[in-house]
Design a protein around this ligand. Sequence first.
Ligand code: DC
Length: 220
Amino acid sequence: MASPLASALVIAIDGPAASGKGTLARRLADYYHLPHLDTGLTYRAVAHMLLAKGWPLGDAPHAVEAAHLVDLGGLDRTVLSAHAVGEAASKIAVIPEVRRILVDKQRVFAAQPSGAVLDGRDIGTVVCPDATVKLYVTASAEVRARRRLAEIEARDGSGDFATILADIVRRDERDMGRADSPLRPAADAHLLDTSEMDIETAFLAARAIIDDIVATGSGS
Ligand code: DC
């Protein structure tokens, strides 16, 4: 069981596409009895609205309008998980005004008295710079592509490894290369390279880091 927590525990988890950060975030939220927000879904919701209306992804005024409409309580993972929506989300995520609006909503979520787990690309650096614990979850592009392919095959059929790998590399470049809030580890983030870990091992490693920080207040 989780140790009793004296103050709100905010866990910030960042990492590239298909690093396993989402699965890890859900496991940790469950274990520590904290609400969880997958912030990627907020960018996906904006992209999905633009795609549904046939508006170009570079249409900043409409993207801003869509960002205002995002309701954290109504994010439908099933609808938003489509590959095309993720690609589009990475494109609209470069618009600073869209980021500002979504970050404000994400910060309200993080400020709940219970604490919270948030995962994304800029949680430790921008959304929750004062988070209790910051994790940066990564894995090699090849390992991430292999995991993505296994997911696709388990769901509905076949995928092409080379295409998936190229998509992942392109997405990394866009998410790490943008001017506003690029993906990078916060200076005080704990790095978790899951290339050689299964989810259970990654979960136990993350728990060890979190419990140490909660117990000592420093994570040293
Ligand atoms: O984690 P994901 O694949 O659902 O994220 C989709 C895109 O949204 C990602 O490629 C970049 C953007 N994103 C972001 O810019 N900042 C976040 N905190 C989360 C996601």
